[in-house]
Design a protein around this ligand. Structure first.
Ligand code: A5P
Length: 226
């Protein structure tokens, strides 16, 4: 079993009957959704909300019941991957472009479990670019303001076009060097008009971090799984 799958299988053990479950996006969350599908086929009764159209599609194909976002009052458990995790458990997410919906699910979840492999761990964030979701109007004017914060920018492409998020927006990927104060950087990015969200996730939202390793072990790095 690969490290991402190990972490995903550990995390889904915390799903209980009748929960509202948030489904993540990406190659690690894929394994969680796959396993949740098997659990549902085995009789588990849950409803889910998805952080992306891609994950919703996987869930529907696996026969996992969906709840409309307006039907729910909150999320019991949200399981998702991350691109980078620092030693204080701040996260970078958004490599898959779903950061805004992911942030909505994370903020509104009772239990947010992050599933990674050990390659995602860094002492300080800065290895992985920060995805900034922008409304298309005037996105170009935001670029110098982002760069003034100390990054190099690139507008995310999909083939010959700009990559379009599920919300119909563009993404500017911002490569910083060493992010010593993620909260302050997040606030500075949010102060630029046209920014919808950015891929910095505060450690205060993160309840559990589960990380798989190539050697077949899986570790709980934050939280106390019982
Ligand atoms: C999706 O927008 C992302 O936040 C993913 O959760 C993150 O990029 C991790 O993806 P992988 O599990 O594919 O590495």
């Amino acid at each position: 079993m690969n490290p991402k799958q190990l972490a995903a299988l550990k995390a889904v053990e915390y799903i209980r009957e009748d929960m509202i479950v948030g489904l993540g996006t990406g190659t690690t969350a894929f394994y969680a959704i796959e396993k949740i599908g098997e659990m549902v086929q085995g009789g588990l009764r849950i409803r889910t909300v998805s952080s992306s159209l891609a994950s919703a599609k996987q869930a529907v194909a696996a026969g996992i019941p969906q709840a409309g976002m307006t039907e729910i009052k909150g999320i019991d458990i949200y399981i998702d991957g991350a691109d980078e995790v620092d030693e204080r458990f701040n996260l970078v997410k958004g490599g898959g472009g779903a950061l805004t919906r992911e942030k909505i699910l994370a903020f509104n979840s009772e239990l947010f479990i992050v599933i990674i492999d050990d390659s995602k761990l860094s002492s300080t964030l800065g290895r992985f670019p920060i995805a900034v979701e922008m409304v298309p109007f005037g996105y170009n004017l935001a670029i110098p303001h982002l760069e003034a914060l100390g990054c190099k920018t690139i507008v995310r492409q999909s083939g010959d076009n700009f990559y379009k998020t599920d919300n119909g927006n563009w993404i500017i990927d911002c490569q910083f060097q060493n992010i010593t104060d993620p909260k302050a950087l997040e606030e500075a990015i949010h102060a630029i008009p046209g920014v919808v969200e950015c891929g910095l996730f505060s450690n205060s939202w993160v309840d559990r971090v589960i990380s798989g390793n190539e050697d077949g072990t899986v570790r709980e790095l934050k939280g106390n799984l019982s």
